[in-house]
Design a protein around this ligand. Structure first.
Ligand code: PMV
Length: 359
């Protein structure tokens, strides 16, 4: 691949077994493995343009699609996380090419396919797209196999993780993904993700009920830092190996009746730990409970529907169900007064490169 302007898109993902609690939160070094389903429609798309060497002393420029639909300079906090990730990617590139290698500056533009105010975490999709686009802009083939000169997904997941978002490490792969995974190589200081099964293995939907549109008030970074202060955290770590085995088996056997209870247990436990951290963190809103109740009603005996809920570090509820039931589940959730909107997403194939650029 030649170096130069590059555009990549990457999807968000929904964790079945959560990454919550880190040995080193800033470096996204987790205390336990997590498993997620990569989504298809909720995506970030990012264009990266290397600046000429004459501008090596300049700062990276970061543009973001704003509420009026225009690309505009990103707010300071957003830009600062992009700068830190770009620095980490430059370190990686310089390490690969010798210490004297040039450290290119970039112009970056990014947008999300889902509403920015939806309160959905976009760090996974955003940093997975940025890592993929930067690798391509530096002349590497980010999505190709290592045996054929490509970077390989294991290394790409390492690059995405260097953003500080562990869930970004999972978004560079499609289907069902585990991070860290022994199958991906890596080590404790460089945890990497691997696919458990491709998207086509099991067509599940994620019907997302939005009950809160404001961005969350406590970042997941703070959540990871505080998790070990909860009296429930040590027990969680002890129980996780069994739960991970259960989720791996449920995916292998495409058994939603087996996956569902673990999915809800995981979501409730993440929030139990958040609410009992010192100081405590409350992400749930009244609408969260309203949706959880409706999900139980949806799967009541005799309904013929299977639907199970999970939440990340926020108030919105992800309802996992067979793809062919997504329309009916979405219609049921949309009727609740607490639900502002519903996004129907499904398992997807992971990142892609594009010829159409944002800038
Ligand atoms: O990737 P981070 O640091 O934003 O952490 C992700 C945290 C959760 O979304 C709550 C759980 C997960 O595994 O995705």
């Amino acid at each position: 691949m030649s170096s130069g302007k590059a555009t990549a898109s990457a999807p968000a993902n929904i964790a079945f077994v959560k990454y919550w609690g880190a040995r080193d939160p800033a470096r996204a070094l987790p205390l336990a493995p997590s498993i997620s389903m990569t989504l298809e429609r909720c995506r970030s798309r990012t264009t990266v343009v290397p600046l000429p060497a004459s501008r090596a002393g300049d700062a990276d420029e970061v543009l973001r699609r704003g509420p009026r639909g225009e690309l505009e300079p990103a707010p300071e906090r957003f830009a600062a996380r992009v700068w830190r990730h770009l620095d980490a990617l430059r370190d990686w590139a310089a390490g690969g090419e010798g210490a004297g290698a040039a450290r290119p500056r970039f112009r970056v533009a990014t947008e999300n396919s889902f509403p920015a105010a939806a309160g959905l975490a976009s760090s996974a999709s955003g940093f997975a797209a940025l890592a993929t686009a930067v690798a391509a802009a530096l002349g590497r083939d980010p999505l190709g196999d290592p045996g054929r000169g490509g970077l390989g997904r294991a290394e790409l997941s390492s690059l995405a993780r260097r953003s500080g978002s562990g869930s970004a490490a999972r978004s560079v792969l499609g289907g069902y993904v585990e991070w860290p995974s022994e199958a991906a190589g890596g080590d404790d200081d460089d945890p990497r993700a691997a696919e458990i099964a491709p998207a086509a293995h099991w067509l599940l939907a994620d019907v997302i009920a939005l009950v809160e549109e404001a961005p969350k008030t406590v970042s997941s970074l703070d959540g990871h830092r505080l998790a070990p202060t909860s009296p429930h955290f040590a027990r969680r770590l002890a129980e996780l190996p069994g739960r991970l085995d259960e989720v791996r088996a449920a995916i292998r056997e495409r058994d939603l009746g087996r996956l569902g209870p673990v999915l809800e247990e995981e979501a409730v436990e993440l929030h139990l730990i958040a609410m009992t951290s010192r100081p405590p963190i409350f992400y749930w809103r009244p609408g969260t409970l309203a949706v959880l109740e409706e999900v139980r009603a949806v799967r009541a005996p005799g309904s013929g529907l299977a639907a199970w809920a999970t939440m990340d570090a926020g108030a919105n509820v992800h309802v996992v169900c067979p793809a062919e039931e997504a329309g009916e589940v979405a219609a049921r959730l949309a009727r609740l007064p607490e639900v502002r909107s519903v996004i129907e997403d499904r398992v997807g194939d992971g990142p892609a490169l594009h010829d159409e650029h944002l800038i």
